[in-house]
Ligand binder design. Structure first.
Ligand SMILES: [Zn+2]
Length: 295
């Protein structure tokens, strides 16, 4: 989830008409060709993977509802034809916001059991003080899984792998085996501090374990798609892993020494990266809080 404050306000007000009318809140999405018939759709909302080929089109995530038009235009340009499946990496609205529009256009939505559960009921994201009402029935995943499932499409074994209690309690990594492309969802924020949604069952321990799972899947030739930020590779993911460990250890040292959350925040345990990575959606004090409250 990567909400700008203005978008967050609109979301709180539940005013889709305002969102649709607000051209500033609807920046262009850009596409990047990753080869093997797979493109990533970057910008505004979570990164989307589009696979196109002999078996048609399918997506990993579908950004905000306001981007559905642009997503479908990209599909039309790149792959022609309809979207058969959308795999959601987790329930947040910047990754599932297009579900209703895509389902109405004929796509089958696939996600972890907990994605459907959370989208079916009132949610409150504590870190953002954001109340999220239940989604319309058409937006809900109709195929759900516990540990994972595999799709066999466009010459790829597409492995959808649940990772427990990481960014949320319903995260999935998506690995295109033959293409050697790994979509990490919001397990991986590339170039900014990560959001860990504790009120949705996330934890720093789970984030680290999920990244380690990704590192086991990936090899030196793997293309890695983060949930937010530019596309990278295994080395990029490994560098992020090191950062997560260093932040976890720094916060843990303060907590183990009996410091309160406020004292830990004041001590600036993540100071080394605050000015490079802590200036976006998640500020240093939030990251410290996520980690402190996970431990
Ligand atoms: Zn998210």
């Amino acid at each position: 989830m990567n909400l700008k404050p203005t978008l967050l306000l609109f979301a709180i007000l539940s005013a889709p008409a305002v969102l649709w009318a607000d051209e500033e809140a609807k920046p262009q999405i850009t596409t990047q060709d990753l080869g093997s018939g797979i493109h990533v759709l970057l910008g505004d909302g979570g990164n989307v993977a589009l696979s196109s080929g002999a078996d048609g089109n399918f997506l990993v995530d579908d950004k905000w509802a306001r981007q559905s038009e642009a997503i479908l235009a990209a599909v039309e340009q790149i792959g022609k034809g309809a979207v058969r499946f959308v795999i959601n990496t987790h329930w947040h609205a910047d990754h599932t916001g297009g579900n209703e529009n895509l389902a109405n256009a004929g796509a089958v939505i696939v996600a972890h059991d907990n994605v459907r559960k959370r989208m079916s009921s009132d949610q409150f994201i504590e870190a953002l003080q954001w109340a999220v009402p239940p989604s319309p029935a058409a937006a809900l995943p109709v195929v759900t899984f516990g540990e994972g499932l595999t799709l066999h499409l466009n010459g790829n074994e597409v492995q959808v792998i649940h990772v427990a209690h990481a960014h949320t309690d319903g995260d999935a990594l998506v690995y295109f085996k033959q293409a050697n492309i790994l979509h990490m969802g919001d397990i991986y924020f590339h170039g900014s501090y990560p959001f860990i949604d504790l009120s949705s069952g996330g934890s720093i321990q789970g984030m680290i374990a999920a990244v380690e799972h990704g590192l086991v899947i990936a090899d030196e030739h793997t293309t890695v798609i983060p949930g937010h930020g530019p596309v990278t590779d295994r080395a990029g993911l490994a560098a992020y892993h090191e950062l997560l460990l260093s932040w976890r250890d720094a916060v843990k040292a303060h907590k183990d020494a009996g410091k309160s959350l406020q004292e830990t925040i004041s001590a600036k345990p993540t100071a080394a990266t605050d000015e490079t990575l802590g200036v976006g959606f998640i500020k240093p004090e939030k990251l410290v809080q996520f980690i402190y409250e996970s431990l």
